[in-house]
Structure formats: C-alpha cells, structure tokens
Write a protein that binds this ligand. Structure first.
Ligand SMILES: O=C(O)CCC(=O)C(=O)O
Length: 372
C-alpha cells in the first residue's frame, strides 16, 4: 500500500530578548541566522521597546475603532500608490500573482506611513487615536532597529560596521504600519459561488473555494514585524488562524508560488510557545533584505487563507481576523548591494536602489492595470 505523504513539520525558532533570558547578542544572532537562512521566519519573545501585550492589545483596539468607521469616511482617506499609505477597501488589493485570481484580497487595511500621520486627525473618531498609533509605530521602529543590529552581527557587514543596517533606515522615511481587518463572511453555497464575481459588493459577499484573504507573496522591505491578535486579559486566545508559510519539498502537493515549478506545502504558521505579558512578534525578511544579505536570509512566501473547514455548512459565518504588520524599509537612496559571507560586497555593479525596488513592487501590488 502506498505510504501517505505527510506535510513537513514547520519549526519556527524563537529568540527571547528579555534581559532576564540571559542570552548574549552573539547567541541571539546565531539563532536568528539559522531561522532566517532556512524557514525565513522567527518568533521574537519579549521584544521590549514597549511592545508588550497591553500595548499590542491597545493597537488592536485602535484598529477596531478605525475599521468601525462608516465606509465613506474610511474611503475619504484615499490611498497613495507612491507612498503605499492610506486606506485600501475590500478587494482593493491583489497581493502576489494576479493570474488565476478572480477577485481581490478579502480584507481592508489602513497603511500608516510618515505622511499619513499628518492627515489622520481629520479622519479619526477620537483624537487620542493619533498619539496611540504614533507611539506604536515608534515602538515598532525601535524594535526593528534592535533586530537590524542582530542582523549585522549575524551576517558580518562591510568594514565590520556595527550600524551597517541601522544607519540605512531613518524614522519617518519609508516605514509603514499596516492595520488589517479580514472581515467575517458567510460561507457560499455552490450556487452562490456561481453567481458571484469580482463586482459582488461587500455586503453581498460570501466566501467561496477560490477566495483568499491575502494572496501568496514575499514582503519587499528589510524586516517585517507581524502581530496577531493577542490573548485577552483573561488569557483567552483571540487570534484567528489563516497565515500559511510555503515550505518547498519535492513530494508536496502545491506549486511554488514563484513559478519555478518546484513543489511544496502550505503549512499554517504555528503560534509561539511560552507567551508571556512581554509579548511576541513573528518576524520575517523581505526581498530587499534577501538581496542585500546575498541570500543568506530568505524572503519566504506566505499567504492568508480563509479558514474554510469542510464541516462548516454553507451560510455559516467564518470568523474575522485582525493583524497588525510593521514594515521596515531601507532609505530610498540605499543601494541593495549583496554581501558575501565574509561581509564583502559580492557584486561591483548592477544593483538596484531600495527606492527603485520599492516603486517597482508598489506598482505591481497596487497598480491599476494589475487590478483588472
Ligand atoms: O495578516 C497576516 O497575518 C499577514 C499579512 C501579510 O502577510 C502582509 O500584509 O504582508
């Protein structure tokens, strides 16, 4: 009898940044290198910088206030493709490859970049949201810099410059905080699915087999900090599953999303173990860092699927999901020159600047032509 092929077990390594965990930066950097060189994801426990569970609960609460605004008020914020900032409505983005997608991502999001902070007060239901969001952005940036310092130790950098990555990221330059809401929808019957199309309005929408909350993609910055809904104050989990990571393996049933023809598996991202009030972040790197690190760090493909278990009857409602993502993006004038294992630039010319790369990716993700 043929042996059923089993999906691989996905192990996401953790580092604990709490001073009481007693790890040296060299030890932390060694685990980080191992994680980002293989699976491309890492749990960061007790990240410090003020990113503990109460602060994370607060940004999720702030996000809920924003998403509960009337649609016209949210849409009035608009979206700026050049900076990637503003409000994106339901199906307004097709993340990843556009081929085979019958409609956009089932999500709405606020991307808060340096320029959006200024326009937020006129939009927000309560003025106190602005300092709350800004404080969270700032805390994420501080944590991002701490991680970049560990990247520097892990990788060895030109002239052993300990600030090699940190000094190429300026606050209020390109970083972006994205608050994401994947609403709950009823599950479609086969007839509903046949009747639905990309023009189906948000209020009529039902989740079908082909729907996805965020298509398969790689991030494009240097480091991504992902927060999933934290447990509530009584310790009850509130996170709704859906994030999946692509693991290449010859016997896998899925096609690699990079079009290489490789096979693999989509594996649900496991939650970290040992979660404390100090909090945890799921960290991964984007393509800018994959290039810059000479591929010593991998920008892993991931996606967010609709939890659509077969036992759920048509008409039953699938739970909504919220997440908060912070993107560290190198300053636009930085050349993404790959470095080799001894910390030397691996190519002399032909590199792209971070700004050119960013513009290219933004156009692909949000460009009007791509949306049709
Ligand atoms: O919501 C999530 O869990 C992941 C979101 C994500 O991958 C993205 O926005 O790039």
């Amino acid at each position: 009898m043929p042996v059923a092929v089993q999906p691989p077990k996905l192990n996401i390594p953790s580092i604990d940044l709490s001073p009481t965990a007693g790890k040296t930066d060299d030890e932390l950097a060694a685990t980080l290198l191992e994680a980002l060189n293989t699976v491309g994801f890492l749990h960061v426990l007790n990240p410090g910088a003020g990113l503990d569970l109460p602060h994370v609960r607060d940004i999720f609460a702030a996000g809920s206030e924003l998403f509960e605004l009337p649609l016209e008020q949210k849409e009035a914020v608009g979206f700026d493709v050049a900076t990637g900032a503003g409000y994106t409505s339901m199906m307004g983005q097709i993340t990843g490859a556009k081929a085979h997608r019958f409609r956009g991502d089932l999500k709405e999001s606020f991307s808060i970049g340096p320029s959006t902070s200024a326009s937020l007060p006129s939009l927000l239901p309560s003025e106190s949201l602005v300092p709350r969001i800004e404080a969270f952005r700032r805390a994420c940036f501080a944590c991002g810099l701490r991680l970049l310092d560990l990247f520097t130790i892990a990788l060895k950098t030109p002239d052993d410059d300990p600030k090699y990555f940190r000094s190429r990221h300026t606050y209020h330059n390109n970083e972006s905080l994205r608050l994401i809401h994947y609403p709950s929808f009823p599950r479609a019957t086969a007839e509903d699915e046949a009747a639905q199309g990309k023009e189906t309005s948000w209020s009529q929408l039902k989740i079908g087999e082909q729907d996805i909350r965020a298509g398969a993609h790689q991030d494009f910055g240097s480091a991504t900090l992902l927060f999933q809904s934290p447990p509530d104050e009584a310790g009850k989990p509130t996170a709704v599953e859906g994030l999946e990571i692509f693991v290449a393996q010859e016997d896998g049933p899925a096609e690699a999303p990079d079009g290489s023809g490789r096979k693999g598996w989509w594996i649900p991202a496991p939650q970290p173990e040992g979660l404390s009030e100090g909090g945890s972040i799921l960290v991964n790197v984007g393509v800018s860092m994959e290039i810059w690190s000479g591929s010593q760090f991998k920008a892993t493909w991931h996606r967010v699927v609709c939890p659509n278990p077969p036992e759920l009857a048509a008409g039953e409602v699938l739970p909504g999901r919220k997440s908060v993502v912070f993107f560290m993006i190198p300053d636009h004038n930085v050349m993404l020159t790959p470095i080799d294992k001894s910390g030397r630039p691996a190519v002399a010319e032909g590199c792209m600047s971070s700004g050119d790369f960013y513009n290219l990716r933004m156009k692909r993700s949000y460009g009007k032509d791509e949306m049709k």
